[in-house]
Design a protein. Structure first.
Length: 282
């Protein structure tokens, strides 16, 4: 089993180290390989120096790094997916980090079943404590749950940062659409689960920590644009939502501010997060 993680970045000097180190510090079961594909859009702020530092020190990860201009986030994702050589591929943004050292193991254990083509898990939104801090306060908790029949029509969707696909699925489908803006990841998951009817396997654990924010949620205007793009995601695939799909989709996220089973997540890959007993402090 070979697992590929794709990270796209551009002038991400303040966050990319966390993202990269959370991948390089994964513990892998015997027989599992881990590949990290890093697509940089031509950073000028020191991001590439951090990438070089982390990749040169890592032992268990194979890297593929490209730095060149692109046409935005999803164009870079398409490049990364095309370069990935793993059996399964996940996308970890430069602002996000894997929630524990066991994420790659959990993903690999699910895809050992040859019938599994797509999987997802849970996600938490965290507030950045700054470079000197080690604990990220939890702001929201996205507990995905198992997908029911017709779930997308009832406004459900899995968090894209936790979404994993077999490379063979990416190879037979067109890539992320560049004309849909921030809805490109929603459209990809909709295409996989609803149009192609590929079952989604739920991994019942937190896979990714995501810094609070996001281009589709920064203002009312941005949310309206995202809603229009969501509608286009359905119509362009000749799919028909329910009359209330786009109303309940944002409403389903309201409980995420109330559900906080953990108060913080730490930079678990740092030496100082290891206790005297050898256990990793969360």
């Amino acid at each position: 089993m070979k697992v590929s993680v794709v990270t796209v970045c551009w002038n991400a000097v303040s966050t990319v180290s966390d993202s990269l180190r959370s991948v390089s510090s994964q513990t892998l079961p015997e027989g599992t390989e881990l590949e990290h594909v890093i697509i940089d859009g031509g950073s000028t702020d020191g991001t590439l120096k951090i990438v070089e530092s982390v990749t040169s020190a890592a032992r268990v990860v194979r890297y593929r790094v490209i730095s060149e201009p692109d046409h935005g986030l999803y164009d870079a994702m398409n490049k990364g997916v095309a370069l990935a050589t793993g059996d399964v591929v996940g996308i970890l943004n430069a602002d996000d980090f894997l929630a524990s050292a066991n994420v790659a193991t959990s993903v690999a254990s699910v895809f050992v079943d040859a019938n599994v083509e797509a999987a997802y898990g849970d996600l938490v939104y965290v507030r950045d404590p700054g470079e000197s801090g080690t604990q990220f306060p939890v702001v929201r908790c996205w507990r995905s749950g198992r997908a029911s029949v017709g779930a997308f029509r009832w406004g459900w969707m899995p968090p894209h940062p936790t979404f994993w696909l077999r490379k063979s699925v990416y190879e037979r489908l067109p890539g992320y659409r560049l004309d849909l803006g921030t809805a490109a990841d929603y459209e990809m998951m909709l295409r996989v689960a609803v149009k192609e009817r590929i079952p989604l396997k739920y991994i019942p654990e937190t896979l990714v920590c995501m810094r609070a924010g996001g281009a589709s949620n920064v203002s009312v205007e941005a949310r309206v644009k995202a809603n229009r793009a969501d509608r286009l995601a359905w119509s362009s695939n000749d799919l028909r939502p329910l009359p209330w799909t786009f109303l309940v989709k944002p409403l389903r996220k309201l409980p995420q501010w109330l559900l906080k089973p953990r108060a913080t997540y730490g930079r678990w890959w740092l030496p100082e997060t290891v206790t005297e007993s050898g256990a990793v402090r969360p």
